[in-house]
Design a protein around this ligand. Sequence first.
Ligand SMILES: [Zn+2]
Ligand SMILES: [Zn+2]
Length: 276
Amino acid sequence: HTLKNLFQIIYHVERNDSLLQPLWDSLRLNYRDYLRSPLFPVVLTVSSYFVLCLPFLVCDIMGDRWAWVQQFKIQPSRRPTASTLLHCGGVTFYNQLSLVLPASVAQWAWRPPVDLPDQAPSLLELIVGVIGNLLLFDFQYFIWHLLHHRIRWLYVTFHAIHHNYSSPFALATQCLGGWELVTVGFWTTLNPVILRCHLLTTWAFMVLHVYVSIEDHCGYDFPWSTSRLIPFGIYGGPSKHDVHHQRPNTNFAPHFSHWDKLFGTHADFSFSTPLK
Ligand SMILES: [Zn+2]
Ligand SMILES: [Zn+2]
C-alpha cells in the first residue's frame, strides 16, 4: 500500500511538474551552449567510458593487495597483465583517433546545434525511455552478434579481435573492431531518436549503456552487479558475458537474457574453472 501511495504521489506531482524539472532547468540555464553542441553526446560517452573504467582498472592493478575485492573475481586465476592492458588501451586509442574523432568533427561541422525544450521529461518517461532503449539495443546487438559468430567470414573479419581475451576486464569493453564500434555507435545514437526520447532521457541511456557494457566485461561479479539487483535472471550481467568470452557460442545478448533463452543459446556460469 505504501508503494501504491508513493506511485500515486509521483503521478500527481508529475502531472503538473516533473520531478526532474529543477535538474533540467539548472542544466539548460547554466550549460546551454555545451549541451546544444552536436559534440556533447560524444564527449559524454567517451568521458564516461574512461571514468567508469577507472575503478575496475584500479581493482585489477591492486590485485591481491585488495583481497576483499578479489573474492568477487569471476576467474580468480586469470588477471590482465600489463601487456594486455596496454594492448586494449592501444586499440581503444586507435579507434578513438581513427573513427570517433573524425565522426565528431563531421557532426560538429555539419549538424546544427540542437534545441533544448523547456520541459523536462517526467521521471516515469525517463525510466521507460531508458529501459526501451536498452531493450531495443539488446535485440539489435543480439542479431548482429549471433550472425558475427555463425558466419565465419564475419567473425574473422570484424568480431574476432573482441575475443582475444577469454577472461575479460574493463578495458576489453572497447577492444573492438572499427565496424563493431561504428554499428554500436550508430544504434545508440539513432535509437533514442526512433523512440522519440527527451534529450535528458537520451543522455541517461547513453551513460547507463556505457556503464553496463563495462560491467559486462569487468571480470568481477560484485553483490551490486546489475544481474543481482534485477531479479528472476531477467538481466545477464557480468557472469553471463564472462561465459560468452569462455564459451563463445553462448550468451549473445549484451544486456537481458530473454533472447538467448528463446534461441537456446543461454548458458549459466555453472562451472568453476575456465575452459581454455
Ligand atoms: Zn565482450
Ligand atoms: Zn562475441
